[in-house]
Ligand binder design. Structure first.
Ligand code: GN1
Ligand code: MG
Length: 340
């Protein structure tokens, strides 16, 4: 269900037809240097594998395993397209919405544990696969350019959304500036921590593996925590056209904060704890302006499957931003409760 790469399930007749694989065509208009991106993923999955083995887990189910091509690389290219193959993780499930609190709690533990693991990973080995990925100030400027260019001629039909986005300009620097000054530490982070980037064991519903490692690079826990909240505390789908169904669940926020901090609280600084809730608003706002920008540009970045798909997505995000803004003090109190 990703919006960027093309993903296929491959069934083979080898090994008695038992083994299945995931084949992906990597979007190389978005990921400009696929060989370096793949080197990141190789390093991180090898590191994760070691950690899982040390914990006594099953590395073929709890991390992704890249299958090399015949020339020994972890990708294959015809010069134009780039493909990669992973072992398919059998008997697993993914969720597009937090169907129940336990699932969301499990994802929080998985992402918290993943972040704790990455704390020991050497950031200097990583290539920045998308520069300024969560630089909200840059994202704001990208939106301004898209409004100015009005490529798809849609500007006049989205006045309310544009106004909503522009009214929050002063918020855009609130995390980036602290990261730049060092007040919030830079860490190796996942940067795309949606619920559907975790695989669950289909039998036990326990979280198995964190997937979608394309954006692992230096970032902030405020973003990773925030992106999980953005996606998982929404009572509806990210692209729900009926905004009456979109609500922000503070109960689910509590559940996620509990799970995430159970794995990480000793590792986080006071400034991170202070900014986790703002990170949730920021990531939701940032994602909203990215969807709106793409709508204005004529849907060139995120995969769409219906008219106004990106606009529907932008609207759900903006509704969530308004709801979260009202609940910020309660969100902060919940963080403090579990940080003790
Ligand atoms: C994209 O690839 P996917 O669908 O997991 C996007 C994220 C957005 C997300 C919104 C590389 O993630 O940044 O938050 O869509 N990934 C990239 O659902 O831009
Ligand atoms: Mg994904």
């Amino acid at each position: 269900a990703g919006h960027i790469n093309d993903t296929y399930l491959v069934k083979t007749t080898a090994n008695g037809g038992k083994k299945q694989y995931i084949l992906q065509r990597v979007n190389n208009s978005i990921f400009k240097d696929v060989p370096r991106l793949m080197n990141n993923i190789k390093l991180v999955t090898e590191f994760a594998r070691k950690t899982v083995i040390e914990r006594g887990g099953d590395p073929d189910r709890e991390t992704m395993k890249l299958i090399p091509s015949k020339d020994g690389n972890v990708f294959w290219t015809d010069g134009e397209n780039y493909f990669r193959v992973y072992l398919f993780i059998e008997d697993s499930a993914a969720y597009q919405i937090a169907e129940n609190p336990e699932i969301f709690y499990q994802s929080a533990v998985a992402f918290g544990r993943f972040a704790a693991m990455l704390a020991d990973f050497d950031a200097s080995l990583l290539y920045e696969s998308i520069p300024q990925f969560h630089d909200t100030k840059k994202r704001f400027n990208d939106l301004l350019n898209a409004i100015e260019e009005n490529k798809a001629g849609r500007k006049d039909s989205v006045k309310a959304e544009i106004e909503f986005a522009l009214a929050r300009k002063e918020m855009t620097g609130k995390i980036v500036d602290k990261l730049a000054s060092g007040e919030i530490p830079s860490r190796v982070t996942h940067n795309d921590t949606k619920l559907n980037n975790v695989l669950f064991d289909a039998k036990t519903n326990k979280a198995l593996a964190v997937i979608d490692l394309d954006t692992i690079m230096p970032g902030s826990t405020c973003y990773d925590f925030g992106d999980s909240i953005r996606f998982g505390c929404n009572t509806a789908a990210e692209d729900e056209p009926d905004l009456d169904k979109v609500d922000f669940s503070l109960e689910l926020f509590d559940v996620y904060a509990k799970g995430y901090l159970s794995e990480l609280k000793g590792c986080l600084t006071e400034s991170e704890l202070d900014n986790l809730s703002l990170g949730a608003i920021m990531m939701t706002y940032e994602c909203g302006i990215r969807f709106l920008e793409d709508h204005l540009r004529g849907d060139v970045y995120f995969r769409t499957s219906r008219e106004n798909h990106n606009l529907d997505r932008a609207r759900t995000q903006f509704k969530l931003v308004s709801l979260m803004e009202k609940r910020l003090p309660e969100m902060q109190a919940i963080i403090r409760k579990y940080a003790k």
